[in-house]
Design a protein around this ligand. Structure first.
Ligand SMILES: Cc1cc2nc3c(=O)[nH]c(=O)nc-3n(C[C@H](O)[C@H](O)[C@H](O)COP(=O)(O)O)c2cc1C
Length: 159
């Protein structure tokens, strides 16, 4: 069953946006699904009224915070507390093990928030390490190969 995968991007210096562009291109090329990239800057909780599956693609800044362009969105969802029990989502997080105590907390914060509102994650939360050997786009495309079949299985289960 084909759906739209909404890729919501939290980024400070652009890596997560490049990753999201590559993810959208691969989703469109390698599956029946549509993909749409949305920077988090202007989003609020109403984005979850869209049909489809959500993919949070975010880095981490400060001391384990979400990036600046994600702060207002995060706070809006936290304050509105929408019922997200119908929502399925994945998380591709970007971080750096140089910040070991808060490694990939941006993705973790979104994961914790969405699951606390009833949304159900598909697959494992990816945690890219900028200090590691792999470029984030390469890691993301590998992760996607594993994630997309799990999206299909989740959609079949829900049908
Ligand atoms: C000032 C600063 C603070 C950071 N803080 C964290 C952090 O707390 N935890 C983490 O895992 N990564 C942290 N990072 C690493 C970034 O999340 C990582 O470099 C990421 O790939 C950047 O992606 P972006 O270009 O999409 O923002 C930090 C980077 C900078 C420059």
């Amino acid at each position: 069953m084909a759906t739209t995968i909404h890729v919501l991007v939290g980024t400070m210096s652009g890596s997560a946006e490049i990753v999201a562009e590559d993810l959208c291109a691969a989703i469109t090329a390698d599956s029946d699904h549509q993909a749409e990239m949305l920077l988090m800057d202007d989003l609020d909780e109403s984005v979850f009224e869209r049909d489809g599956v959500f993919l949070i693609c975010t880095s981490t800044y400060g001391q384990g915070e979400v990036p600046d362009n994600a702060v207002d969105f995060f706070k809006a969802v936290e304050a509105a507390k929408p019922d997200l029990s119908h929502i399925r989502y994945g998380v591709f997080g970007l971080g750096d093990m140089a910040y070991a105590d808060t490694f990939n907390f941006g993705g973790k914060r979104f994961d914790d928030l969405l699951s606390s509102l009833g949304a159900k994650r598909i697959g494992v939360r990816a945690q890219h390490d900028a200090s590691g050997p792999d470029a984030p786009e390469e890691a993301a495309l590998l992760w996607l190969k594993d994630w997309l079949p799990q999206v299909d299985a989740a959609l079949r289960d829900a049908a």
